[in-house]
Design a protein around this ligand. Structure first.
Ligand code: AGP
Length: 602
């Protein structure tokens, strides 16, 4: 996710902005920039890569006197990480920084280009500053022009705009992406989260969706759709470490809670009214493709497996999934009519990257599903679809897995549209389910408290089986991996139907079975598998929308209309279970022993 900072006052602004952006590095970025207006002079600097590059560019500059200033770290969603695509984006006399995705930017861009505006960047953000200036050039009213501009925006945004037309004001607007305002006497700060202003501001106001306004002369004037409104400042925390985690105990916990929001970002511009679209793809890309091979490691391998069930069932295209470290040395038979998909959060996993190179040497077309633009795997692939999960700090992957799975669900429907293997009614039903996904990912206090309480019973035993069928087998694998990697307890994911072919020999009261029992997919089958285990005194935690009397613990889920909604809801439960068990064991949830966030070696 991008990071935003802003400041109005008499202090030196460059350092305030750069230090503030430094505090937002944890959000992940690939370029950065600042813009300052003082004494009616516009100054701006941008740099690709880390903030040191921007510090280097600005080392001979320092501001003085009263002025307004904005800064930004960019996590690429539209357009590669380049200086031209870095924020702030410049019009003729104004600058804007933006976090989020403007869904209707193409339409706005076409309108502005037809007015003769030349765009410098590939970003959606640049439309904002040109639209503002278009309105200003007509009305000569800055705030009315700003209001007219944000009224045209659809999608998620947190934005700051400064302009020579009113050089002592910062205009702001918030909808869907986070932003707050900090206060200290007559100084005013803006930031995406509170870490950049801790130690600088003493009070804070967290903007609500739909709020906008301007900061001037040490005052903030706030509006929403009903007009001007008051607001209550609150004391700002002084604990930076806690603040970076937004008050959560671990980044992993924060990232589990973020899934509902980031999955929205994954969907923006792709889930349209009546169809799925990918601006990264077109139907020609699939010409001559008759089967798909997906290659990945770890959690990404699990999302690949889940995607393969969808691709075969809905897009009717044969799909094989490979573990990259195996694929590299098995002397695979590769055919040119195969689309080779790699899945990777980091985009730097050595085994996956080498597997991709092997496929390319064999002449296969390649597509990557990745969370880091401009990463090695993205650069090596013919096409790339970004998951837009934002930086994932926790070594144990959560939101990356959720967004990868969502991208594969969307890709399945996209291919099904092209191959005409899905009816309009079926597609409408899938779109309806997709739109419910953010809600299915919400973590309620009630659920988290229940999992916290029951986790105390699972701190020993001689191991865990996570069992599921069909789509829920990959989820069982993922649930087992989550538990293993942060609790260090042994856990295996297993196809429920396979238990009787050996593993059931382990069944006794010390064997913990986490049973994924969706109502919408083979319920009776999974139920009988779990009954077999219960009859042998295994300790069972059943996760299902249907009460299951034979379990020792039971977590009731809500969704039962669509397998993928059940999948995402159960995914959150398995993530929280691993988290709570690990916390009880006193482990470092974010940095588990022996693990790295990105395995860039064999
Ligand atoms: C996930 O919890 C693990 N940290 C690990 O399995 C990870 O998924 C794997 O190393 C692949 O990483 P990638 O997605 O960055 O390629």
């Amino acid at each position: 996710m991008c990071g935003i900072v802003g400041y109005i006052g008499v202090k030196e602004k460059k350092e305030i902005l750069l230090d503030g952006l430094q505090e937002l590095e944890y959000r992940g970025y690939d370029s950065a920039g600042i813009a300052i207006i003082e004494n009616s002079q516009l100054k701006h600097f941008k740099a690709v890569g880390k903030l040191e590059n921007l510090r280097e560019k600005t080392k001979n500059y320092s501001s003085s006197g009263f002025g307004v200033s904005i800064g930004h770290t960019r996590w690429a969603t539209h357009g590669k990480p380049t200086e031209l695509n870095a924020h702030p984006h410049l019009g003729e006399f104004s600058f804007v920084v933006h976090n989020g995705i403007i869904e209707n930017y193409q339409e706005l861009k076409e309108e502005l280009e037809s007015d003769g505006i030349n765009f410098l960047s590939q970003t959606d953000t640049e439309t904002i500053v040109h639209l503002f200036e278009k309105y200003y050039n007509k009305s000569k009213e800055p705030f009315i022009s700003f209001t007219n501009t944000i009224n045209r925006l659809q999608g998620a945004y947190a934005l700051l705009l400064i302009t020579e037309a009113e050089p002592d004001v910062i205009f702001f607007a918030k909808n869907g992406s986070p932003m707050l305002i900090g206060f200290n006497k007559d100084e005013i700060y803006f930031a995406s989260s509170d870490t950049p202003i801790i130690g600088k501001a003493t009070e804070v106001y967290y903007l609500e969706d739909g709020e906008y306004g301007y900061a001037k002369n040490g005052e903030v004037t706030l509006f929403n759709k009903n007009g001007e409104k008051g607001f209550v400042k609150k004391a700002l925390t002084t604990n930076k470490a806690m603040a970076q985690k937004d008050g959560f105990r671990f980044f992993m916990e924060k990232e589990i809670y973020e899934q509902s929001q980031v999955i929205n970002d994954t969907m923006i511009g792709r889930v349209l009214d009546k169809e799925i679209d990918f601006e990264e793809l077109n139907s020609d890309f699939f010409n001559g493709i008759s089967n798909i091979k997906i290659c990945a490691c770890g959690t990404s391998y699990h999302s690949a497996l889940a995607g393969s069930y969808l691709l075969e069932r809905v897009a009717k295209i044969p799909c094989q999934v490979e573990i990259a470290s195996e694929f590299r040395y098995k002397e695979p038979l590769l055919q040119k009519n195969t689309l080779f998909i790699t899945i990777s959060q980091s985009g730097e996993t050595a085994d996956t990257l080498e597997a991709l190179k092997m496929a390319k040497r064999a002449g296969l077309r390649s597509l990557s599903v990745c969370n880091v633009d401009n990463s090695s795997i993205v650069r090596e692939s013919d096409r790339a679809i970004l998951t837009r999960a934002g930086i994932e700090k926790g070594v144990a992957s959560t939101k990356a897995f959720a967004t990868q799975t969502m991208v594969l669900w969307l890709l399945t429907l996209y291919i099904a549209q092209i191959k005409k293997t899905i009816s309009k009614e079926e597609l409408d039903s899938e779109l309806k389910a997709i739109r419910k996904t953010p809600k299915a990912l919400i973590v309620t206090d009630k659920l988290h408290d229940k999992i916290h309480r029951l986790s105390k019973r699972y701190l020993h035993g001689h191991g865990f089986f996570f069992i599921g069928r069909d789509l829920f087998f990959p989820l069982a694998l993922e649930g087992a991996l989550k538990l293993k990697e942060i609790s260090y307890l042994h856990a295996e994911g297993y196809p429920a139907g396979e238990m009787k072919h050996g593993p059931i020999a382990l069944a006794d009261s010390e064997l913990f079975t986490i049973a994924l029992m969706p109502k919408s997919l083979h319920y009776e089958k999974i139920k009988s598998n779990v009954e077999e285990l219960s009859a042998r005194d295994a300790t069972i935690l059943a996760i299902s929308p249907e009460p299951f009397e034979l379990s020792d613990d039971f977590i009731q889920t809500h969704y039962k209309s669509h397998p993928m909604l059940e999948f995402f809801e159960m995914m959150v439960i398995t993530q929280l279970l691993a988290l709570e068990i690990s916390i009880r064991l006193g482990n470092d949830v974010d940095m588990p022993r022996n693990l790295a966030k990105s395995v860039t070696v064999e």
